[in-house]
Write a protein that binds this ligand. Structure first.
Ligand code: HEM
Ligand SMILES: [Ca+2]
Length: 730
C-alpha cells in the first residue's frame, strides 16, 4: 500500500525535472517534446490576480486562512490554465513549488518555534518538533490518494463517464434502508465511545456566513442568490419518505478550504478544527480560551454543575449559558444545554453521558493528586490530570475499542496491538498524524451504521426500564438533570446491543436527523456522509480497493465476493460504473473480515490512521524518554484501566459492570463483576507522589493488590472474544 507521494503518482514526470532550475524557473514541466517552465513571475502574476479577486488583506481574522486558501486555489487554477497542466501535474507538480521563493511568502503563517515540554499544547502545535502544525488545529486533512475533483482543483467529483453522479439521497434511500441486523457482540457503548473519540480526532470546518455567523441556508434560496459554498442535495420527486412532505432539497454547505502544509499550491484542501491526536481535547477544548472557560483554577478541577448534590449524586457538566439556543432545543428559558471541550456535546445523550463521565473522572483524579502532592499548584494538578485523562483515552481506544472494530489481524498488520510491558521508543517524527480525509469523511463514519433507533435505559441492576427514540434526543440532553438518569443511560449502553456494520441505517438518522420537536422529518445523515466525501475530494471505493491492495473492479462481477448479491445489484442499477461508488456507502456495506466489524477497505483506512495516531504522537502514553513521559510504573498502572472502571467510579450508583463495557455481558467471556473487583483496578495515584521535585518512581509498594484476574492481561487474554467468528449477514 504505497502512501500517496509524488513518486508514486508522478511516474511520468522524472523527479529531477521538477526541481527549481535557475533563479527564474520555479518548476519545469515536460510538455510534448520540450518542457515548459513555470516562472516565479507567472506565479506572482497569478497570485496577484487571485488576491484582487478575493480581496486578500493580511490580517489576524479567524477567516484569514480560509481567504488565503481560496486565493491559493484560484492561483493554482490560473496556473493550470496558463500552462495547460494535466490532472497529475496539478495534483503532484504544483505542490512541489516552493512558494517561500515567491511573493506568496509574506502572506503565509510562520511556523511556531518548539521545544519539548511536559504537557501538550491545547491546540496540538509542537507535538512534532520539526513540523509544529502536524496534528494541530487548522492542519489540513491529508490524502491517502490524490483528491478526486471534477476540475482537478475543487469542484466535487463526477462520474467517470463525465456525467453527474447519482444524487446522494437516491443512494441513501435505495441502499441504506432501515433493515439492519444486530451485531452479535458489541453494546451501544461501542458507537458511544466511537463518536466520543471521533470528536477528539476530527471536526471539519463549517463555512460561515459572515452576516449571521452561522452556516448559510441553501434550500429555500434561489440558486443565483445562494452563498457560494451552498451545495444542497437534490431529493428525487419519488423519494419514499420526503415526497410525503413535498421536500425536494436537503441542506448542505461545503466545508471551508484550508491551507496546505507550507502554503503549497495544488488542489483544494479542507482542514481539521480540532487536534487529531487522541489527547482528550473533547474534555479541555483546543485553545487556551476554551480551557480557561472550563477551569475553576482551584485544585486543578473543571467547572461542574452541583445541581444534584442534594440527592447525594455527582456533578453534571456545567450549563452552557452563552448562545444557549445554538444547537440546543430548549423547552423553556430556564433550562440549559451543557458545556464541554467539544461544541458537539449536546448532540445526543450518548455523548453527554460520556462527557459527564470524563468530567467527573478529571475532578476525581485532580482531588486525589492534590492530596498526594499538597505542594502542587492548581496548574500542575490540572495539567497532570489532563495528561492522565489523555492516556486513558488512548489506552481504552487501542485496548477495548479497536480490537472489537478491527479484530486482531488488522490490529497486528498495522502495529496497533499494545505493548504489555516496558516503555516505547517507537515514536517516529516522520509519521504525519494529520487525519486522512477518507477517514473523517468516510471510514470513521462506519459508526453511523451501528446506531440503534431507540436508546434504552436500564436500571443499575441491569433491567430494561425504558426506551426513547434517538430523534427525540437530538440537541435535547435535558433528561440528565433528573437524578439517576446518568446511571440509567450508563447501564443502558452497557446492556443494549448495537447494530452491525452493514448497508442498513436507522431511519432516525436517514429521515429524522435533527428533526425539530414535533416535526415529522429531519435531515439525512447518509446523504450528508456521501455529499461530504464528494465535497472533500474523497476518491471512490474502487480507488481505495487498489490503495488497500485489493483488485480494482473493472466489471460489477469483480465485486461479487465483497458485497451481498442484493447490494451489488443495487449498486449496478444505481451507478454508471464501479469506479463511481461512494467510499462511505461501499465501506459500510462491505462483507466484514473474519473477527472484524468492518471489511478490508475501511479496515485498511482505519488501520493506517490509528497507526499514525500512535507512532506519530510524541506524547503517546507508552513513550519513554521525553519530558512528557510517564514512568514505567505509571504506564503499567494505566495499562490496567478499563472503561468499566471509569463507569463504576463516575456513575452515581453503578455497582456492577461487565469487564469490557463495549462487549455484551457473557458469563464465560465477559462476566459482570462487582465494581470493587480486582479485575477492574483503579489508578494508584501514589505512583504520582513527588518528593523534592522528582516523581518517586520506586513507590510500587503502594500498588493495590495486583491479583491477576482472568482478564488482567488486557484484551489478548480473552482470546475467545477475538476469535469468535462473526456471522456474515446472519
Ligand atoms: C446519534 C449519533 C450520531 C449522530 C446524530 C451523528 C451525526 C453526525 C453529523 C450530523 C455529522 C456531520 C455530517 C456532515 O455534515 O458531514 C457527523 C460527522 C461524523 N460522525 Fe457522526 N453521528 C453520530 C454518531 C457517530 C458515531 C457512532 C461515529 C463513529 C463511531 C461517528 C463518526 C463521525 C465522524 C468521524 C464524523 C466526521 C467529523 C468531522 O470530521 O467533522 N458519528 N456525525
Ligand atoms: Ca484531539
Amino acid at each position: 500500500q504505497p502512501p500517496f507521494s509524488h513518486k508514486h503518482n508522478f511516474g511520468r514526470l522524472p523527479q529531477q525535472q521538477l526541481q527549481q532550475v535557475g533563479p527564474k524557473c520555479a518548476l519545469v514541466v515536460p510538455k510534448g517534446h520540450g518542457e515548459s517552465c513555470i516562472t516565479i513571475e507567472s506565479i506572482n502574476r497569478a497570485f496577484n490576480k487571485a488576491s484582487k479577486e478575493f480581496r486578500l488583506v493580511e490580517s489576524r481574522d479567524e477567516t484569514y486562512n480560509e481567504q488565503l486558501a481560496e486565493t491559493l486555489l484560484e492561483t493554482s487554477r490560473l496556473l493550470a490554465l496558463e500552462h495547460k497542466l494535466e490532472t497529475d501535474e496539478i495534483q503532484a507538480a504544483l505542490p512541489l513549488i516552493d512558494v517561500y521563493k515567491t511573493g506568496i511568502a509574506r502572506y503565509c503563517p510562520k511556523p511556531a518555534k518548539c521545544e519539548p515540554r511536559r504537557f501538550r499544547n491545547y491546540d496540538g502545535t509542537c507535538n512534532n518538533l520539526d513540523n509544529p502544525n502536524w496534528g494541530a488545529i487548522s492542519a489540513p486533512f491529508r490524502h491517502l490518494l490524490p483528491p478526486d475533483y471534477a476540475d482537478d482543483i475543487s469542484m466535487p467529483r463526477i462520474s467517470v463517464t463525465g456525467e453527474q453522479l447519482p444524487t446522494a439521497r437516491y443512494i441513501s434511500s435505495t441502499i441504506h434502508r432501515d433493515l439492519g441486523y444486530h451485531d452479535h457482540a458489541v453494546t451501544v457503548f461501542l458507537p458511544a465511545f466511537g463518536q466520543l473519540i471521533d470528536h477528539d480526532m476530527a471536526a471539519g470546518a463549517e463555512t460561515k456566513d459572515p452576516r449571521t455567523n452561522a452556516e448559510p441556508k441553501c434550500c429555500d434560496v434561489s440558486p443565483d442568490r445562494r452563498h457560494p459554498a451552498c451545495w444542497p442535495i437534490d431529493i428525487p420527486a419519488n423519494d419514499p419518505f420526503y415526497s410525503l412532505f413535498g421536500r425536494r432539497c436537503l441542506e448542505f454547505v461545503r466545508s471551508a478550504s484550508g491551507l496546505k502544509d507550507k502554503c503549497k499550491l495544488g488542489p483544494r484542501a479542507t482542514y481539521n478544527t480540532v487536534t487529531s491526536f487522541l489527547d482528550a481535547s473533547f474534555v479541555y477544548g483546543t485553545n487556551k480560551e476554551t480551557a480557561h472557560k472550563l477551569r475553576t483554577f482551584r485544585g486543578g478541577s473543571l467547572n461542574a454543575n452541583p445541581a444534584l448534590r442534594n440527592l447525594g449524586l455527582k456533578d453534571l457538566l456545567p450549563s452552557r449559558k452563552e448562545n444557549p439556543d445554538q444547537n440546543c432545543k430548549r423547552p423553556s428559558g430556564d433550562i440549559y444545554c451543557f458545556e464541554a471541550g467539544d461544541a458537539r456535546v449536546n448532540q445526543q445523550v450518548m455523548l453527554v453521558t460520556l462527557h459527564t463521565v470524563f468530567l467527573r473522572e478529571h475532578n476525581r483524579i485532580a482531588a486525589q493528586l492534590a492530596k498526594v502532592n499538597p505542594h502542587w499548584d492548581d496548574e500542575r494538578i490540572f495539567q497532570e490530570t489532563r495528561h492522565i485523562i489523555a492516556a486513558y483515552v488512548q489506552h481504552i481506544t487501542y485496548n477495548e475499542f479497536l480490537p472489537m472494530v478491527l479484530g486482531k489481524d488488522i490490529m497486528a498488520d498495522y502495529g496497533l496491538l499494545l505493548d504489555r510491558d516496558g516503555l516505547s521508543s517507537a515514536y517516529n517524527p516522520k509519521i504525519n498524524p494529520n487525519l486522512p480525509s477518507s477517514f473523517h469523511a468516510a471510514a470513521f463514519r462506519f459508526g453511523h451504521s451501528v446506531l440503534p433507533s431507540q436508546i434504552e435505559q436500564w436500571s443499575v441492576t441491569h433491567k430494561h426500564v425504558g426506551s426513547r427514540r434517538l430523534s427525540e434526543l437530538f440537541n435535547r440532553p435535558f433528561d440528565m438533570y433528573q437524578g439517576g438518569v446518568t446511571d440509567r443511560y450508563i447501564s443502558g449502553f452497557m446492556n443494549q446491543v448495537a447494530q452491525a456494520v452493514d448497508d442498513a441505517m436507522t431511519e432516525e438518522l436517514t429521515n429524522h436527523l435533527f428533526a425539530e420537536p414535533l416535526k415529522s422529518f429531519g435531515a439525512d445523515l447518509a446523504s450528508l456522509n456521501m455529499q461530504r466525501g464528494r465535497d472533500h475530494g474523497v476518491p471512490s471505493y474502487n480507488a481505495f480497493r487498489a490503495y488497500c491492495g485489493l483488485r480494482r473492479a473493472r466489471h460489477w462481477d469483480d465485486l461479487a465476493g465483497s458485497f451481498t448479491n442484493e447490494t451489488l445489484q443495487k449498486y449496478a442499477r444505481t451507478y454508471a460504473s464501479p469506479d463511481d461508488i461512494d467510499l462511505w456507502s461501499a465501506g459500510i456495506s462491505e462483507r466484514p473480515l473474519p473477527g472484524s466489524m468492518v471489511g478490508p477497505v475501511f479496515g485498511c483506512i482505519m488501520g493506517e490512521t490509528f497507526k499514525s495516531l500512535r507512532y506519530g504522537d510524541r506524547f503517546w502514553y507508552e513513550n519513554g524518554g521525553w519530558p512528557n513521559s510517564f514512568t514505567l510504573e505509571q504506564v503499567n498502572e494505566i495499562r490496567r484501566i478499563k472503561l468499566s472502571r471509569l463507569l463504576c467510579d463516575n456513575g452515581d450508583r453503578i455497582e456492577t459492570a461487565q469487564v469490557y463495557a463495549m462487549v455484551l455481558p457473557d458469563p464465560q467471556i465477559n462476566p459482570r463483576v462487582p465494581c470493587k473487583s480486582s479485575v477492574l483496578p483503579r489508578l494508584n495515584l501514589e505512583l504520582w507522589r513527588e518528593s523534592k521535585g522528582k516523581p518517586n518512581v520506586k513507590n510500587s509498594q503502594f500498588a493495590p493488590p495486583t491479583a491477576p484476574g482472568p482478564f488482567a492481561g488486557g484484551f489478548n487474554s480473552v482470546p475467545t472474544l477475538f476469535n469468535n467468528p462473526r456471522p456474515f449477514f446472519p
